[in-house]
Ligand binder design. Structure first.
Ligand code: NAP
Length: 475
């Protein structure tokens, strides 16, 4: 763990093992922290806040730039570590490291653009000035599916704003988190500004982070259930909260779309990170008039996706995070089959040969999906593409919006009017229009409803870490 500028063991002396999800092999161990370690980390972050928050924006920007440079220089090592620990194909790991580094560069720049306002007053002898100041100590909790970029998407803006931090990374991917901290240490981050508590038992760490009055803000990325629980606990302490949670993205193919292009997009997007992405399409709505070429192309594409170790050439999907994840996917596919869906590709666990010790599920296509099936409303988080054919164009937005989630949605159309109407009517935070990658460090990322509160990245990203202060000056 990293406390007050030092790599330390847990107070208890306990450790936990980190494994490769493709092989089950133990690849490292980390200190198993708890409440006492978290309190010590908060004390360090709190003590460092005074000096860090009063550095100039230019000084903070310089450290973030240096961290960006180091991350780019180390990108091949970081990508290899990510594939070893998280399992995604090496090409995807390289892409994630580059995306992660972008947040450091973007917020190095945004640090220098935190400004205030000079406001008019109704009184001739009064002037108003508003300024933005860092909120204070930030508690951050991150997931395993994007084990480097989910850290920099929080650390970039928090540090740029002048906040100090305590991070709890996911139990499955603490080695990636440690490598990110190494980057910051080598970039010259002062002691106490960033602290990390690793643990195999997250609840006590979450309880301390949401109840210690020295923590001003909680930023969380993970499941909706845990996010709601932590946001509730933080509310009792009036902590600021931003939570990036689960999703159930619709992917709408309109009758005027190019069905082959749309199917290629769906295949490219659905199997990213083995389907373990919050913006992964979970419901593919295809108009009956274009269903045949769409399904034909998608079938051919899915059949070509190879599962395996992320280090092997030609592998398109790696392992899932653990056995529970495989069981959840299998349950959804079995439920769909039992309710009448067809499974032209995949539909089974991969458990023999090279797959024997990992957590693999075959890249899968399901057709004939209906709203009574689990997969129509439960987040899948696995390599399964469920297709639903629709007839009424006027009803598809309503079908797409029929979820409590509201993170990402995708639309394929060649009609500008349809594109604009869908963009405005879909109740989701991120809409891809003929586009399967509507994300960037420069763009606001976040959801509505059960998908969360707040935005990360873009100009909005740094606001989450700033407080507005008003000065009324009688002159
Ligand atoms: P998760 O179980 O909620 O875990 C996320 C983080 O919360 C992990 O660090 C986890 O620790 C920690 N945690 C779990 N229980 C906790 C507790 N009681 N108190 C404090 N911390 C606790 O979610 P996950 O399965 O790792 O991640 C997948 C979910 O994240 C999906 O729903 C996905 O859609 C969502 N996600 C959303 C975004 C977004 O930007 N909207 C991005 C990526 C992922 P452990 O690792 O020790 O369990």
């Amino acid at each position: 763990m990293f406390l007050d500028g030092q790599w330390v063991q847990a107070v208890s002396g306990d450790v936990f093992s980190v494994t490769n999800p493709a092989t089950g092999e133990v690849i490292g161990e980390m200190p198993d922290g708890g409440a006492a370690d978290t309190t010590a980390a908060i004390a360090a972050a709190s003590a460092a806040f005074g000096s860090w928050s009063t550095t100039t924006a230019y000084e903070r920007s310089a450290i973030l730039y240096k961290a960006w440079q180091l991350m780019v220089e180390r990108s091949e090592d970081l990508a290899n570590l990510m594939t070893l620990e998280q399992g995604k194909p090496l090409k995807a790991s390289r892409f994630e490291v580059s995306y992660a580094a972008d947040f450091l560069q973007w917020f190095a720049e945004e640090a220098k653009r935190v400004t205030g306002e000079w406001l008019p007053s109704a009184r001739a002898n009064q002037r108003f000035l508003s300024i933005k100041q860092p909120v204070g100590v930030v508690g951050a909790i991150t997931p395993w599916n994007y084990p480097i970029s989910m850290l920099t998407r929080k650390m970039g803006p928090a540090l740029a704003a002048g906040c100090t931090m305590v991070l709890k990374p996911a139990e499955a991917t603490p080695l990636c988190a440690k490598a990110v901290f190494d980057v910051f240490v080598d970039a010259g981050i002062p002691a106490g500004v960033i602290n990390m508590v690793t643990t195999s038992t997250p609840a006590p760490v979450g309880e301390v982070l949401t109840s210690d009055p020295r923590v001003a803000k909680l930023t969380f990325t993970g499941s909706t259930a845990v996010g709601k629980m932590l946001a509730g606990a933080a509310a009792a302490n009036l902590q600021r909260v931003s939570v990036e949670l689960g999703g159930h993205a619709p992917f709408i193919v309109y009758p005027d779309a190019d069905p082959v292009h749309a199917a290629k997009g769906a295949a490219a997007l659905k199997f990213l990170n083995s389907g373990q992405a919050c913006i992964s399409p979970n419901r593919l709505y295809v108009h009956r008039s274009v269903a045949e070429p769409f399904i034909e192309t998608l079938t051919a594409r899915v059949a070509k996706v190879k599962a395996g170790s992320g280090f092997d050439d030609g592998v398109g999907v790696g392992p899932l995070v653990n056995d529970a994840a495989v069981a959840k996917v299998a349950n959804q596919v079995d439920d769909a089959r039992a309710k009448g869906a067809e499974v032209p590709v995949g539909g089974e666990r991969l458990e023999t040969g090279d797959y024997a010790n990992g957590h693999f599920y075959a890249p899968t296509l399901i057709t004939g999906v209906t709203t009574d099936m689990l997969i129509s409303h439960e987040e899948t988080f696995g390599p399964v593409a469920p297709v639903m054919v629709y007839d009424e164009v006027d009803e598809v937005i309503e079908l797409a919006n029929a979820t409590n989630y509201g993170l990402a949605a995708y639309v394929y159309t060649r009609d500008i009017s349809t594109a604009f109407k869908a963009f405005e009517a879909l109740r989701f935070g991120i809409i891809g229009i003929n586009d399967v990658n509507p994300t960037s460090a420069a763009a606001p990322f976040g959801g509505m409803g059960d998908s969360g509160l707040g935005r990360e990245g873009g100009h909005e990203g740094i606001d989450e870490y700033l407080e507005t202060k008003l000065g009324g000056f009688a002159i």
